[in-house]
Ligand binder design. Sequence first.
Ligand code: GRF
Length: 190
Amino acid sequence: MATSSSAEPKLAVLFSGEGSNLQNLITALHRRGFSIEVAITNNPEAPGIQKARESGIPCEIIDHRLFDSREAFDAALVKCLQRHQPDLTVLAGFMRILTQQFISQIKAINIHPSLLPLFRGAQAMKESYESPMKVAGVTVHWVSQELDSGEIIAQRCLQKNPSESFELFQQRVHALEHVLYPEAIREMFK
Ligand code: GRF
């Protein structure tokens, strides 16, 4: 994928909560061939804010509740991203539905905790756990207008264990995300 002039591709990471993927991307990629220029959250209470700051990454808070519409929030998000000029915007647990306002201007990818196109939406992990399928998995995809529906970039599956608790299953899915996401991003810039 083409980058701006510097050799180190610039990333922006968007998150809403815990930020375990954010932390993982910082550990795996930041100053290791990539530069995470900014982390942006819509949630002023997100534990991920601390994670970004501890790593010296500027963290911008754009509270969606302060905007009248999704479009107005997205416009603020786009403006912030344009200030930082990332080569790629990476969604890592960013829990907002994005409008055309964002999609038409920002090149962004997302990670989703299921084998898309199965189990789109916020309940993916639960639905995947409860499904009769023998495998589960994670997907990295382009962000498009329709939720969890953009072109698939990378996908990895894991074997389900019939006796395992939901908590353990979640941990294994997260661990797989943490392997696949940095790997997929590296691959995109080869
Ligand atoms: C991840 O499971 C990701 O796939 C989904 O939201 C979760 C975010 O977790 N989109 P974290 O905030 O990175 O810990």
